[in-house]
Design a protein around this ligand. Structure first.
Ligand code: KIV
Length: 273
């Protein structure tokens, strides 16, 4: 994949045009400057500082412990690497559920302090009025329904959502509520392909799928999964485009071996006399 020619910044209107024309939207996660810069240079549409940060970078067992301070810190680093893609900050658990006032204040921190252009939050009809308030404050919101990792315990674990007619109906209703509340796009995580297709054809805003089949307007993955950097587990919907962890370990073993044997640094990597 070569670097794209265009340097035009990605806009919400541009994403909407992609939905209308059937051109797919691309989104990946970043948590630091170096990776953000590579993603931005690659021609990707959207960079998400996901609260997956908690699992793949900070080593927590879930996304629940992630704090606002941790998110803001990493969003600032990613901001410095992104100049063209749309930058979305993921609102962590309990930063938007307690009250609408707190939700607007915290969304405002992503916007004002961290330089994110948009925020993402999890929830459907139950979050519609919160989304509306944040949007009214001038901050674009990306919704997220289906398997919502912040409330995975209440959902009964990491499993496909919306398999039975009743829950499929509920998810379609949630998708409409999020769109009606003014969200500019919607992540559909781990829902059946046919349901993702129905939602994508029903709501006017772009859908971004993860583990939800090919019919969404765009796709997102956790970058550390796609690159083989996170070894703890691999969801079955992830395609590993490269397996970097073993390559990194081999490089580290070579470094240790060369230092121990006095091979590195040789004259080439030492100060000239
Ligand atoms: O936290 C995250 O990285 C996400 C994406 C996988 C959608 O929510």
């Amino acid at each position: 994949m070569t670097k794209k020619e265009t340097k035009k910044p990605v806009t919400l209107a541009g994403l909407q045009r992609k939905k209308s024309s059937g051109e797919k939207i691309t989104m990946l996660t970043a948590y630091d400057y170096s990776m953000a810069k590579m993603l931005d240079d690659s021609g990707l549409d959207i960079v998400l500082v996901g609260d997956s940060l908690g699992m793949v970078v900070l080593g927590y067992d879930s996304t629940v412990p992630v704090t606002m301070e941790e998110m803001i810190h990493h969003c600032k680093a990613v901001r410095r690497g992104v100049s063209r893609a749309l930058l979305v900050g993921d609102m962590p658990y309990l930063s938007y559920q307690v009250s609408k006032k707190e939700a607007v204040r915290n969304a405002g921190r992503f916007f004002k302090e961290a330089g994110c252009q948009c925020v993402k939050l999890e929830g459907g009809s139950n979050m519609a009025s919160t989304i509306e308030r944040i949007v009214r404050a001038g901050i674009p919101v990306m919704g997220h329904i289906g398997l919502t990792p912040q409330t995975v315990t209440a959902l009964g674990g990491y499993r496909i959502q919306g398999r039975d007619p009743e829950s499929a109906k509920r998810l379609l209703k949630d998708a409409k509520a999020v769109a009606d509340a003014g969200a500019f796009s919607l992540v559909l995580e781990c829902i059946p392909s046919a349901l993702a297709k129905t939602i994508t054809e029903t709501i006017p805003i772009p859908t971004i799928g993860i583990g939800s089949g090919p019919h969404c307007d765009g796709q997102v993955l956790v970058t550390n999964d796609l690159l083989g950097l996170f070894e703890k587990f691999l969801p079955n919907f992830v395609k590993r485009y490269v397996n970097l962890a073993p390559m990194i370990k081999e490089a580290l073993a070579s470094y240790i071996d060369e230092v121990e044997k006095g091979i590195f640094p040789g004259t080439e990597y030492s100060p000239r006399p």
